[in-house]
Design a protein around this ligand. Sequence first.
Ligand SMILES: Nc1nc2c(ncn2[C@@H]2O[C@H](COP(=O)(O)OP(=O)(O)OP(=O)(O)O)[C@@H](O)[C@H]2O)c(=O)[nH]1
Length: 226
Amino acid sequence: FHISVFSRNDSLELSCHHEYDPAKARIFKIIVIGDSNVGKTCLTYRFCGGTFLKNPEATIGVDFRERTVELDGESIKVRLAIWDTAGQERFRKSMVEHYYRSVHAVIFVYDVTSLTSFHSIPDWIEECSRHSVGPLVPRIMVGNKCDLRDRREVPTSAAQRFADSYNFPLFETSAKDPAEKEHVDAIFLTLAYRLKSHKPLRLKQPSVSNVTQLWNQSEDEGTCQC
Ligand SMILES: Nc1nc2c(ncn2[C@@H]2O[C@H](COP(=O)(O)OP(=O)(O)OP(=O)(O)O)[C@@H](O)[C@H]2O)c(=O)[nH]1
């Protein structure tokens, strides 16, 4: 049962499950934010699908992806519901309120070969604040496309200074380079470990599509400040 909302991408699925399993219902919403073309879709696809998505199209509205991760051996399972947001203003403006409702964590992405995308990060942080994402919501910064070594415009030192000033962990990686696959996993696992003690979204009606519920519950609950 595959669902993709407002998307032309061949995205991964949030599956519909029919038996109630509390472990499966422990779910955290992570939004991935940043300029268009920085690689948000490819990073989330790499994490959820394991491969590099060739020829992604611009995200329209949002694409949902999901992966369940096991923490502390197998003792804790958490489901990461990842919202791959649109970078282009015209494809996101009607959706922004939905992005931030009940969000548990935020990933800011820039492209290491684009100084412009790095300089946009303060604007994305500002947008988060405007939507009442509190300081207790974990945030992470990711510099993508590190495989393009000859085209790098954003030095690690500058990015690290910036990240430190906000107390964000910084990751530099590549969605494209297969050798970076585990590094991409580490980004999301870092958030999962930080979230495991937070209050998750609980699915109210396990028999109904998770996407529909996440959408509706985020309407009901407002931004999570846990
Ligand atoms: N070399 C390289 N190219 C990448 C990498 N990640 C993404 N790309 C390319 O960058 C372009 C944009 O990738 P997307 O993942 O669609 O970017 P996006 O941030 O989701 O863009 P929007 O949906 O418009 O917000 C595509 O041509 C990808 O193939 C990477 O790590 N290395």
